[in-house]
Design a protein around this ligand. Sequence first.
Ligand code: ZN
Length: 389
Amino acid sequence: MNRRHFFTTAAAFACAPQLRAAEHDLVIHGGRVIDPGRKIDALLDVAVRGGRIAAVRAGISASSAAQAIDARGQIVVPGLVDIHLHARDAQLAPPEILSTGVTTMVDAGSRGADNVDQLIDIARNAPNRMRILLNIARLGNNPGGRGEFLDSLEPADVAKARAAIQKHRQWIVGIKARLSRGVSAERDLDVLRRAVQAAGPLPIMIHIGDTNSPLPQVLALLRKGDIVTHMYAPTQHGIMDANGQVLPEVRLARRRGVRFDFGNGLNEHWSWEVAESGLKQGFPPDTITSDLVYQAGADQVFDLPTVLSKFLQMGMPLSQVLACATSSAAATFRDLSSYGSLRPGAPADISVLELTQGNFEFVDNYKGKRLGTQKLVARAVVAGGKRVA
Ligand SMILES: [Zn+2]
């Protein structure tokens, strides 16, 4: 190439707008941006570059980006974080969960030390960020089978759980223990002690409702950062006393840093009455989660935005509901602390939700129904800076 030809070509490049390097990879423009962790709720644009949030402000030109999403009339939030679901079923593929706006998820106890490899394969191949709470039972949840500890405490193998954590530290973020009588019989406190031993500095999530021991005895063994799921279970030894008042020990546990998770699920995990009473008494969840399993995709739960909508129906403000599935959820685990936020520099995981208006029926675990007029629906999802098809 001679010198003259070079300059002509360079000039041609400079003039052709389609060949100019875009300032941003993606701009989501015109939406109502709600970033609960930073107390932002305003009409703003979000720019993404190199897989990270580049800017959140008004007036970012859509033409400055290689790709644009028109979010007018919609809500732009950090990618949703569901810290209690089950991704073990082949029929419930992570891409499908991602399409509902969940860019980060934690499988809560589907597998234990003896069979966690299968789940780690799923996590490795998932297009969303997936982490694992290892079940203290070495074979994990045993759906449809006998409870993990009905016969003996033997499946709660501390050494095996510790070895699995050590080997898979980048995937395992804590320990899960199911303490209901159908799982742990009268061994709930022993199972819990073993879970704490296995977890070391990592948090544990316990599943309550119909435990053998009163909740205050269970809570006494929990540490700051540990998580109680199925907080609104109406079965025996829940968070309330016989008169329906939140127990003082439960409030005390929250004050010293124990976290309370919703965990929708399918069976005996919550009723409208307990949830509404808890909210009315000033005891809302720290995290709202689906406890999704394959069957729940078509029954009661459907997806995380639907579960969040149930709290809108119960009168919780939108920004607080969203915090329970973004900033507060991400804060549960140190490994997830960079997610759940639209702060510049954060990984560009973003969900565009629509708050649809109409008449919607929502269901609890006892076939109780409530009618709502608003329902959140995922309209677009960005994971690691890339729009998901
Ligand atoms: Zn669960």
